[in-house]
Design a protein. Structure first.
Length: 104
């Protein structure tokens, strides 16, 4: 039985395709062929092609290895690093200490 992949939201698909284009550009700037990158990452040329084409079925582990081979491994640390919305939700739920009046 074939593995079913859940559908991807259109905005997310555009982001994945844009990431693929950026990965391809990074590879080309370094003068690497898909074959060389595939060998260094430990995947097939087809897998590199899928990543560069914006195919969302590639594992995160493969993406991480590719980023490291391209010298971009530190970029993964930027993902979800600044959770403004989460902080705003958390801050709105903080209980405020009651205001105490001091008499002089």
């Amino acid at each position: 039985m074939a593995k079913r992949t859940p559908p991807i939201y259109p905005a997310a698909q555009r982001q994945i395709q844009a990431l693929g284009r950026r990965l391809r550009a990074a590879r080309l700037r370094r003068g690497m062929s898909q074959a060389i990158l595939a060998e260094r990452v430990g995947v097939t040329i087809q897998t590199v092609g899928k990543l560069e084409a914006g195919n969302a079925t590639t594992s995160v582990a493969t993406l991480m290895r590719m980023l490291h081979v391209l010298g971009l491994g530190q970029d993964i640390d930027l993902l979800a690093a600044d959770d403004e919305q989460g902080h705003a939700i958390q801050d709105s739920q903080l209980k405020r200490a009651p205001f105490k009046r001091t008499t002089s």
